[in-house]
Design a protein around this ligand. Structure first.
Ligand code: ADP
Ligand code: MG
Length: 680
């Protein structure tokens, strides 16, 4: 069912002592408006929201009115997101984390989730949490400092997720609070100025709640039931103030740029979503890490509430207006939340069910705390193993890809080397020949310097084949005794443009003006002179040509040298590539071994668990036997006591009768003594 995002504004108490001189923000019910100091509201600057909380409002009230429903819905299987938006020091962190006396939304949500699931007796729950930070467009794990720059992945089974992020399975609120505290410590780690960082990073605390109905009749867990999976995001955004106000350069500017990017994309996404269904064609979720992670929370399958925190001071009026405009746009967004029920094995609860049931059976009879602890430990071990496996699989995949790329590169290089070698051998052949006898085609091929710049794969080969198909355009005249006409000159010199100029300075035109070859030998002295002149010119031309060819030859030798150099460089590169291939193969092997080791570890872990449960069963049996013995001992003792009692009663009566006999005797003796005395 389509429903609007719930939006509230919270004004923090004023920090400055100064009283306002021009304007102030007034709150009436769910409306906030800018007023002139002693007068009327300023038109166009009055905004209404689902709630407007004034400076006296506690976190507990904010939670009750704004977020509680989202949290309860998450327990029932709806995705939920609550995030705090606002300029730095407007109270975002105060709202999300709270203080000792007044815990924030995250603590309250965690407590509430566990309280609520305690009351649901017909479902079994599995809850895991993670905590991440987006800083400079990089995702870092706040539960594990070593997990930095984590990538976002998407799969059919898991949807959009941060790969390699640590998740912890938790049984109670205290565990979560402890984890959160350790996360905060990690956030401080290595930071000299915590405030600077916190106002520039987004933090996302995430709870994944899985649940499954229990068949209360038999107390069994039926494996075919659908499992509900919901994701709850609690987000403390970076400060939304404009960068101009921060006015910082260098690193801060770079950070600011990134924040701007994430928040700008968030703004764009919210703008597009608030424009209604028609313009929803493309929502740029992928433009930033933040919007990608929160994709379902914005215009998707989730219940979402936004708390926009503002500062009341007059200096912040512009920022506050910006925040209120953002909030107004967000209010127009509709989401479509539904319970997420899945039947595949994607749910962790389902995947862990069998092993847990096994353990439960084995531990039957032992105390429930032991059972719960053992189960939690087993669950976390299994989750860790799974995450580790996922990470290794990704690394393996990555390794395989780069391995392939490297192989391709090596193949390309080998091809290149082959081409170069053939080119060099062509060059060698041509330079070893007498230049005058060369065929025009070869001459042309060898003269031009081939282009070695690779534009794309195989481009080099393509270039070379084009090359060899150049037209036969530079023929030499059949015999040098022939007089070359202008066309022949042109043909001869095509391709050697540089020399065309110098040729023009030679008496080429005179040659051109010569009468044809069939001049008779019986000519005049003049004719003879002319012929001599002609021959001289031809000789000059031949010498020039020879020089030209000499120059070409030298150039070729140079090219060959360069080619040899390139070949040796390429060979070196090939060696390097081979080395890196080897090392990557080694890494690959190592990873496989590690993978195997982890598998073995898991097996031995399961073995230990089963052994320990066997021990527990054994101990329980022993305990029962001892109890039985003890009971029979107690019974015997009771019997003995009864006997002793009877005995002592009998003894007492005997004593009494003996005493009376003794008395009788005594009196008889007394009597006899008295009689004796009387007699004598
Ligand atoms: P932000 O996270 O938006 O940068 P903080 O949450 O760190 O801002 O708040 C800045 C300061 O203002 C903190 O000292 C915080 O304790 C105080 N503060 C913020 N909101 C409130 C509030 N509603 N009540 C009391 N103190 C607040
Ligand atoms: Mg903060």
């Amino acid at each position: 069912m389509a429903e609007k995002i719930c939006v509230a504004v919270r004004v923090r108490p004023s920090i400055s002592e100064e009283s306002p001189s021009g304007t102030f923000w007034k709150i009436e019910d769910n409306r906030i408006s800018l007023h002139k100091l002693h007068g009327t509201p300023i038109s166009g600057l009055s905004y209404a929201f689902d709630h407007v909380f004034d400076e006296s409002c506690s976190n507990s009230k904010v939670y009750e009115l704004l977020t509680k429903d989202v949290i309860h819905a998450a327990v029932d299987g709806f995705n939920g997101t609550a995030f705090a938006y606002g300029q730095t020091s407007s109270g975002k962190t105060f709202t999300m984390n709270g203080s000792l006396n007044d815990p924030g939304i995250i603590h309250r949500a965690v407590n509430d989730v566990f309280q609520k699931i305690q009351m649901i007796s017909d479902r079994e729950f599995l809850i895991r949490v993670s905590y991440m930070e987006i800083y400079n467009e990089e995702i870092n794990d706040l539960f594990a400092v070593e997990n930095q720059k984590l990538p976002i992945h998407e799969s059919l089974e898991r949807g959009i997720f941060v790969a390699g992020l640590r998740e912890e399975i938790v049984n109670n609120a205290e565990q979560v609070i402890k984890l959160l505290e350790s996360g905060e410590v990690n956030r401080h780690f290595g930071e000299t100025n915590m405030n600077a960082r916190s106002s520039r990073s987004h933090t996302i605390f995430r709870m994944v709640i899985e649940s499954k109905g229990i068949d209360t009749g038999s107390g069994d867990y039926s494996s075919s039931d659908a499992i509900r999976v919901s994701v709850l995001n609690l987000v403390d955004l970076a400060g939304s103030e404009r960068i101009a106000k921060t006015g910082a350069g260098g690193v801060r500017l770079k950070e600011g740029k990134y924040i701007n990017k994430s928040l700008m994309v968030l703004g764009n996404v919210i703008n597009k979503l608030s424009n209604g269904a028609k313009q929803r064609a493309h929502i740029p979720y992928r433009d930033s890490k933040l919007t990608r992670i929160l994709q379902t929370a914005l215009g998707g399958n989730a219940k979402t509430s936004i708390i926009c925190t503002v500062a009341p001071e007059e200096v912040h009026v512009e920022e506050t207006k910006g925040t209120l405009q953002f909030a107004s746009r967000a209010k127009r967004i509709t989401n479509c939340a539904q319970v997420n029920e899945i039947l595949t094995d994607a749910a962790l609860l389902k995947r862990q069910q069998l092993e847990i049931e096994d353990l439960r059976r084995k531990l039957q009879g032992s105390r429930s705390e032991v059972l719960e602890q053992e189960i939690l430990k087993l669950r976390n071990d299994m989750l860790k193993y799974e995450l580790e496996r996922e990470k290794l699989e990704m690394e393996l995949e990555e390794e395989r890809r780069s391995h392939k790329e490297r192989e391709q590169r090596i193949r390309d290089q080998q091809l290149k080397i082959e081409n170069l070698s053939s080119l060099v051998s062509d060059g060698d052949r041509s330079s070893s020949q007498d230049s005058m006898k060369e065929s025009p085609k070869d001459e042309c091929n060898d003269f031009k310097t081939p282009c070695f710049k690779e534009t794309s794969n195989n481009a080099f080969v393509a270039k070379r084949s084009n090359y060899s198909e150049l037209p036969d355009f530079s023929p030499l005249p059949d015999s040098f005794s022939n007089v070359a006409d202008e066309d022949t000159w042109f043909k001869m010199n095509k391709g050697y443009i540089a020399d065309l100029d110098s040729l023009q300075t030679t008496p080429a035109r005179k040659v051109q003006s010569f009468p044809p070859q069939d001049i008779t030998p019986d000519c005049s002295n003049d004719n003879y002179k002319l012929e001599l002149q002609n021959l001289k010119t031809q000789l000059e031309l031949v010498i020039k040509e020879k020089d030209e060819l000499q120059r070409k030859h030298e150039e070729e030798v140079q090219i060959n040298r360069r080619l040899m150099g390139e070949i040796s460089e390429l060979t070196q590169e090939l060696d390097l590539s081979n080395n890196s291939l080897e090392s990557s193969e080694q890494r690959h092997g190592n990873l496989e071994r590690e993978f195997q080791k982890l598998k073995d570890e898991r097996d031995s872990l399961l073995q230990t668990v089963s052994e320990s449960s066997k021990n527990i069963t054994f101990l329980t049996d022993q305990k029962e036997n001892i109890l039985k013995d003890l009971n029979s001992e107690v019974q015997r003792r009771k019997d003995l006591e009864a006997e002793i009692k009877q005995f002592s009663v009998a003894f007492a009566s005997r004593q009494r009768s003996l005493a009376s006999i003794h008395g009788e005797f005594k009196s008889k003796i007394e009597k006899l003594r008295a009689e004796n005395l009387v007699r004598y």
